[in-house]
Design a protein around this ligand. Sequence first.
Ligand code: HEM
Length: 313
Amino acid sequence: MSSAGDYNAVKRDIVAQLKKPDYDDGSTGPVFVRLAWHASGTYDLETDTGGSNGAGMRYEAEGGDPANAGLQHGRAFLEPVKEKHPWITYSDLWTLAGVVAIKEMGGPDIAWKPGRTDLVDDSKVPPRGRLPDGAQGADHLRFIFYRMGFNDQEIVALAGGHNLGRCHADRSGFNGPWVNNPTRFSNQFFKLLLKLEWKPKTLENGVSQFVYEDPDAEEGDEQLMMLPTDVALLTDPAFSVWVKRYAEDKDLFFDHFSKVFAKLIELGIQRNEKEAIINTDNVKGGYISAPKKSNTPGASSGQGGGCPFRARL
Ligand code: HEM
């Protein structure tokens, strides 16, 4: 066990969890990034609810949202880290894992600040339906992301997260990777979106996505894919300006992505001049670190009860 507040020790153990030759493309990094994003992307500016503070995905109400299907794998991969550092809150651990994974996969440094607390019951878990639906278009993206307080440029930069990882038929229903090297962070997603011809395809499960039919493909090669929401970034004039700029300028994309991801994981969090979180739950409850759960994927519906660990930082 590390001493409370030793986030560098936690970072090292997150890095140690990244390489998993038998899982997906050999890395847990992409699912850690999606976990950090979904933990944060429930934020609603108007009611000031949701967001990464609380780690509500430990409860069925949020963890069982179909939009979060598959994220139990990400959470389970982080359990050995939680076991070694029981003082850290899940909400800090999940957001930190996303930031560490992006950097380790070749992405930019992203500012990360600690202090999030874990909900002690599910009474403050945000309602389902706040995360985006990949089957929709530009209006839906604006509806979802404006609600969190993002603008068009920030939406496109965030969507660059799809340089990483893949869709799984047994999770979202969509299938396949966006890029050829899905464990390397880059601006390739934007380049391919612009350069290749994306054709609609209905999968055997009835789900429609876009695919690139590579004339040089060999048997066993996986088809690259795009979600309808990804293609909407190209067809919407205000979004496509940013798709082009990010495809041309990797440094610009990295810079904007770093800023917008830092903003995403801080949604709903208020800090004082010393960077301490001053949200009511955090001030009243302190740094409440929920007890460790099981290491088994599929344990998405566990209860966060028991005796919480209160660390003094
Ligand atoms: C713009 C709206 C978005 C939609 C509609 C969307 C939708 C999806 C869908 C359907 C999947 C596949 C899930 C699965 O089957 O495993 C996925 C995966 C992923 N998304 Fe998004 N997403 C969006 C934004 C983002 C953002 C903002 C990020 C991060 C900055 C992100 C990062 C990822 C990553 C890394 C994966 C791969 C996960 C893995 O390999 O397990 N997405 N997304």
